[in-house]
Design a protein around this ligand. Structure first.
Ligand code: SF4
Length: 245
């Protein structure tokens, strides 16, 4: 990782401090994620198109992102579909270098139908930019559940189970080079674990042979700037994976 990129990350965080109220936080040096080994975490799904309990897991013979988007926009398979304004299927280029996966849409995403807009989305864009990635050309962005849980609560097990086949189908079609999960729920679901994100992050996993890095959610880091160093370590691990590929 070049010094120039490290400097860019510092500048980015300084800018964030100013935007968040002008304070300057002490950077906490946490352990560097260096492991490239695949730990014992098990993937949530047996196969990519066998990822949940519902018939959305039975992908058509020639599945497409457009077909998934249309199904998601009409979907009422769980209660989240009854309260949403807009479903948020996901967005980004085909053949992405990274599939960023969060837990579910927030209020702004619910209104726009676009994943990761608002302050957390803008912060995520800066993370990607810091390692030379862009949302437009390199990154597909989606969520575990495609409709907003009311009040930004965690999605429930039945909602996740109903919705996860859509994500599995997206992964199957997109074949991303890497996966970056942001936040506790996405990591727990894909790695089939109940550990907290602080315990999960810091190593590289494999999800159906795709290298997976887990880190904090941008909105959590905006509220807790002490996580920035950990995020930067995780982004560097992701960048190394991409460079190797
Ligand atoms: S969250 Fe998923 S399963 Fe539930 S209604 Fe929305 S698209 Fe359908």
């Amino acid at each position: 990782m070049s010094r120039a990129i490290e400097k860019m990350w510092d500048l980015l965080n300084d800018l964030e401090d100013i935007l968040e109220g002008g304070y300057k936080t002490a950077r906490v040096k946490l352990r560097v994620a260096t492991s490239a080994a695949s730990p014992a975490a098990r993937p949530a799904a047996k196969s990519l198109t066998e990822g949940g309990t519902g018939d959305t897991g039975s992908a058509p013979a020639r599945d497409t992102l457009e077909a998934i988007e249309a199904e998601v926009r009409a979907c009422k398979r769980c209660e989240l579909g009854l309260e949403r304004i807009k479903a948020v299927p996901g967005a980004g280029p085909r053949n992405p270098r990274v599939f960023v996966i969060g837990e579910g849409p927030g209020a702004e995403e619910d209104r726009s139908g676009i994943p990761f807009v608002g302050p957390a989305g803008r912060y995520l864009d800066k993370w990607l930019s810091a390692i030379g990635l862009s949302r437009q050309t390199d990154t597909y962005i989606g969520n575990i559940v495609k409709c907003r849980p009311p009040g930004n609560r965690d999605p429930g097990p039945e909602e996740i189970s109903a919705c996860i086949p859509y994500l599995m189908r997206q992964i199957e079609i997109l074949k991303p080079r890497t996966i970056l999960t942001v936040g506790r729920i996405a990591a727990q679901v894909l790695l089939d674990t109940t550990r907290g994100i602080g315990a999960i992050r810091g190593q590289v996993y494999r999800f159906h042979e795709i290298p997976l890095v887990a880190t904090y959610h941008p909105s959590g880091v905006l509220r807790n700037p002490e996580y920035r160093q950990a995020v930067w370590d995780d982004l560097k691990a992701l960048k190394s994976l991409l460079d190797e590929a």
